[in-house]
Write a protein that binds this ligand. Structure first.
Ligand SMILES: Cc1cc2nc3c(=O)[nH]c(=O)nc-3n(C[C@H](O)[C@H](O)[C@H](O)COP(=O)(O)O)c2cc1C
Length: 200
């Protein structure tokens, strides 16, 4: 059975089981017991099939991004869907990390909307959170992704002719994983919990 079919089946299982939410009786927060399964199953896909992702699926991925929290709810994200031949040629010129994906999101923030702070703004944090929502919903729908920081934002602005108030933060190639796509060995290397967590 191909990896794509396997990942679609596992995504379908997650969707089927994610209907069973528990309710935390203390604060009435809905808890989905399968979120950790979803988070552990996602990995950076670095070999994509050339089959484009359907618009209905892309719409759901974008919706997940819309629901993300941002500083003072400023929603400064500006998301470009790169998918034309010309746009994907630019994406591949910008970064060696597009991995044959037929489509990619370029996640930016809008300087006219972003929440400022003394030493800058929250744009890169907001964009990272929005993109994480999108990445996890993509995986939930059987779509592979890879977050890519390896590109020059100024080159992206000039190659794509973006307005000067738009600041690119991350690229995210996405698509159906190729049959031979596998997680990198680093995917399952985790630091010990006690190294990264303490109670004070
Ligand atoms: C901010 C950020 C930038 C990243 N940039 C790249 C990149 O330029 N190229 C790439 O192949 N992967 C990139 N990654 C993916 C990480 O290498 C990957 O998430 C990490 O090794 C863990 O593997 P996993 O995603 O398979 O769990 C980036 C991830 C993050 C969070």
């Amino acid at each position: 059975m191909g990896k794509t079919l396997l990942s679609l089946l596992s995504a379908a299982m997650i969707i089927m089981t994610s209907g069973c939410c528990n309710t935390n009786s203390q604060n009435n927060v809905q808890m989905n017991a399968d979120f950790l399964e979803l988070a552990a199953g996602r990995y950076s896909v670095r070999h994509f099939s050339d089959k484009p992702v359907e618009q209905a699926v892309i719409d759901k991925i974008l919706e997940a991004g819309k629901l993300a929290p941002t500083a003072v709810n400023s929603q400064p994200q500006m998301i470009y869907l790169l998918q034309s031949k010309e746009a994907m040629e630019i994406a591949n010129r910008l970064s060696p990390c597009i991995y044959g994906a037929p489509q990619a999101f370029l996640m930016c923030y809008d300087d006219n909307r972003v929440c400022k702070r003394d030493d800058g703004n929250y744009g890169d944090i907001d964009c990272s959170i929005v993109l994480t929502h999108m990445m996890l919903e993509a995986y939930n729908l059987g779509i592979g992704t890879c977050l890519v920081g390896r590109f020059n934002p100024e080159e992206a602005v000039s190659e794509l002719g973006l307005p000067e108030n738009i600041h690119p933060i991350l690229l995210m190639p996405f698509g159906y994983a190729a049959d031979d796509a596998v997680p990198s060995p680093r995917h399952s290397e985790y630091r010990a919990m006690e190294e990264m967590f303490e109670v004070r």
